[in-house]
Ligand binder design. Structure first.
Ligand SMILES: O=C(O)CCC(=O)C(=O)O
Ligand SMILES: [Fe+2]
Length: 358
């Protein structure tokens, strides 16, 4: 590793340096970010997060179905984060996925850096901190692997079984996401095919994003991921048994402790745009711990070429609710978000229309 820059060394390698007792100062969180406090007093609020029973969305009983659709609509509007249970993805597959992902991060530095992409849209990108292409000044305590898994599936061929397990998990997640999006459309009262057609969901982008937050000797000084919202429509997140995710609600950071085997879902910037601000994407961040944490998100969005603006429906934009966002090509939005430092919802703010009446 001698002679290589810090950005070419994973945080895992830094964390495992012999005798490391203190965090190197380039990881100290700078003043632009507030420090995460792991021991917030708000742990209990996590239990208020809505729980959606996925199986009821497809219930043949009209009463159960419409109640599930209403619950989903309420969760999107009031929280932007919810836990999905009875999603049909087996516990063993989820465990296997965490296992092979852990094996990936355990590979030698050289093996991992072979997957370092050079461009935002490289289909396989291993890296460290937020994103090596951004002009960030704070280094975050996190290594990552991002794979483009739809419309074309891309994955490293190592470690053993990694590719197969990721593929199977992504296939299952895609189905869950599509049912959720269709339920969300129904809850908004939109014509059945409108979202699918406008956003070209058949060719929708899906990104597998694995985060590895190594054990940290001084977790209170660093941050795993700064406050941000996700691009895309929905993100499906699972984690190993270690906590760290926090979401912002009413100005307070809430620790999230998901129900075992549930999938945590959050609404993304493009659902906010499409719904003209009715369903807002939510700020979240990742604190780190004295033990290693893994989280895996599947972010789903429109097709790369789709131009996303508020839906053309009188239910979404009308004289009382004029469009609040400038339509933008999805790929351009992703590029903007991935090549700039992350400050909260700064990307979304760039395309917000400042309506004089608001
Ligand atoms: O690690 C987590 O829980 C959050 C990860 C996250 O927000 C992301 O990858 O966008
Ligand atoms: Fe996120």
């Amino acid at each position: 590793m001698e002679g290589e820059s810090n950005m070419m060394r994973s945080v895992k390698a830094v964390a495992e340096l012999p005798h490391l007792k203190a965090v190197p100062c380039n990881f100290y969180v700078d003043d632009n970010y507030s420090l995460p406090s792991i021991n917030t007093s708000s742990d209990d609020d996590s239990s208020l997060i809505p729980v959606i029973d996925f199986s009821l969305l497809s219930s043949q009983d009209p009463h159960q179905h419409s109640k599930a659709i209403q619950d989903l609509a309420k969760a999107c509007q009031q929280w932007g984060f919810f836990m999905v249970v009875n999603h049909g993805i087996g516990e063993s597959l989820m465990k296997e996925l965490i296992g092979v992902t852990n094996e990936f991060f355990k590979m030698g530095e050289e093996d991992k850096w072979r997957y370092k992409g050079d461009q935002v849209f490289d289909p396989i990108k291993y890296g460290t901190s937020f994103n090596y292409t951004s002009k960030e000044t704070t280094f975050f305590w996190r290594d990552y692997l991002k794979l483009s898994v739809h419309p074309h599936f891309q994955s490293p061929h190592q470690p053993k079984n990694f590719r197969e397990v990721v593929w199977e998990y992504c296939e299952k997640c895609r189905k869950v996401t599509r049912v959720l999006l269709s339920g969300i459309s129904e809850g908004l009262g939109l014509e059945k095919e409108l979202m699918e057609r406008c956003l070209d969901l058949e060719a929708g982008v899906e990104v597998f994003a694995a985060n590895y937050y190594p054990a940290c000797p001084q977790p209170e000084l660093v941050m795993g991921l700064p406050p941000h919202s996700d691009f895309g429509l929905l993100t499906l997140l699972i984690q190993n048994e270690v906590g760290g995710l926090q979401i912002q609600r009413n100005g307070k950071w809430i620790n999230i402790n998901p129900i075992p085997n549930s999938i945590l879902v959050n609404t993304g910037d493009h659902l906010e745009i499409f719904t003209n601000g009715k369903y807002k994407s939510v700020l979240h961040r990742a604190a780190v711990n004295k033990v290693a944490r893994i989280s895996i998100g599947i972010a789903s969005g429109p097709a790369m070429n789709a131009t996303v603006g508020p839906a053309h429906s009188p239910l979404i934009q009308n004289e009382t609710f004029p469009p609040l966002y400038v339509p933008m090509k999805f790929s351009e939005y992703v590029e903007m978000q991935q090549t700039n430092p992350l400050y909260g919802k700064s990307c979304l703010d760039k395309i917000k229309i400042n309506s004089p009446s608001l």
